[in-house]
Design a protein around this ligand. Structure first.
Ligand code: PEP
Ligand code: MN
Length: 359
């Protein structure tokens, strides 16, 4: 259910409606729009007492939302959501495309800082890098854990990048919420509903990756879990799905971008690295993503990809990343968007640290 306030409704009137809805035992989600406020209502089992609400001062209309997802739906909020970050002017979903890049895993200070410097130089405003890795094999490198997050936070200070990193469970989510600027929920956890609810109570925006075999509806319902808990800063991410095709690690489903844009106001970016599985096809897929209307890309970059502890085969070298960004700039212009320009950053003092050894 959605309560649409009048264009000239006062703040007090909006608050009075929220109070009434909460008295009825439901949850309110104020959704400020360009011209008027809408109030999303969730938690109702059947029809909300629409008549009682429609007669409150300042209310223009009470609308039933018939889709299973409410808060993520364009029915609730027709304008595109622009996700913003504290202390930064970087956005996801605005006219500037989001450029997120960095290694699959944080391995050492030296490895992370080299990658961070390279991606910042090419224009990235977000540094990716996993400290908690969901690996297919329990014997594969599982990530550095909290020390990895501390390195990400140090790289943020050194290069002025926002950091995005994955949380895999309750414990790591609390740590990621503390150290990072954006919480990544990985493909394998897209339907970990307990984790989604927790991310919904976290303070940072969430990057929600599509599950390996998830439909668009399932992805939107996963985002709804996060939003229903009060975190409205959610960015969706297409990262390739499992199909019969065996020429790539996964099949990049570019068709989900325009389909998602129709149904939801949330931004959606593309991860061409996990779709491609090999570095020579990352750039073409990234170009397709921007052409089809994605709000950005997240790309794996490693200065010594041959010795990476995870996903080396699909990691770009810095010069390949910079060349790809050059191509994306030209395509962005065609679709009426722009990529961020490189910012001038302080140069950090190198401080060597021992690399983590994979077992
Ligand atoms: C990753 O970003 O390194 C990762 C594990 O991604 P996904 O969850 O899409 O497999
Ligand atoms: Mn990876």
């Amino acid at each position: 259910m959605l309560v649409l306030m009048n264009v000239n409704a006062t703040e007090e009137q909006t608050q009075a409606v929220c109070k009434r809805v909460e008295e009825l035992g439901y949850r309110t989600h104020p959704l400020p729009g360009a011209t008027r406020v809408a109030i999303g209502i969730t938690g109702n089992k059947g029809a909300v007492e629409a008549d009682a609400l429609s007669q409150l001062p300042g209310v223009a209309e009470v609308i039933a939302v018939t889709k299973p997802y409410k808060l993520v739906s364009r029915d609730m909020k027709c304008e595109d959501t622009v996700v913003r970050f504290k202390g930064s002017d970087a956005t996801v979903g605005g006219s500037e495309l989001a450029l997120m890049a960095g290694p699959c895993s944080v391995e050492s200070r030296d490895q992370l800082f080299r990658a961070a410097e390279a991606v910042a130089k090419a224009g990235a405003r977000f540094l990716r890098g996993g400290a908690f890795k969901p690996r297919t094999s329990p014997y594969a490198f599982q990530g550095m854990g909290e020390p990895g997050l501390q390195l990400m936070a140090a790289a943020r200070e050194a290069f002025g990048l926002l950091v995005v990193t994955e949380a895999v469970d309750h414990e790591s989510l609390a740590l990621v919420d503390h150290y990072a600027d954006m919480i990544q929920i990985g493909a394998r956890n897209m339907q970990n509903f307990a984790l989604l609810k927790l991310a919904g109570r976290a303070s940072k925006p969430v990057l929600l990756k599509r599950g390996l075999a998830a439909t668009l509806d399932e992805l939107l319902m996963a985002a709804e879990y996060i939003m229903s808990e009060g975190n409205y800063n959610v960015v969706l991410c297409e990262r390739g799905i499992r199909t019969f095709a065996d020429h790539a690690r996964n099949t990049l489903d570019v068709s989900i971008i325009p389909a998602a844009k129709k149904l939801t106001h949330l931004p959606i970016i593309v991860d061409p690295s996990h779709a491609a599985g090999r570095r020579d096809t990352v750039a073409p897929l990234a170009r397709a993503a921007i052409a089809v209307g994605a709000d950005g890309v997240i790309v794996e970059v490693h200065c010594d990809a041959a010795h990476a502890l995870s996903d080396g085969a699909q990691s770009l070298y810095p010069d390949q990343f910079a060349a790809m960004v050059g191509d994306l700039r030209r395509i962005a212009e065609v679709v009426g968007r722009a990529l961020p320009q490189p910012q001038s950053k302080p140069h950090p003092q190198p401080e060597p640290s021992a690399p983590v050894v994979a077992r």
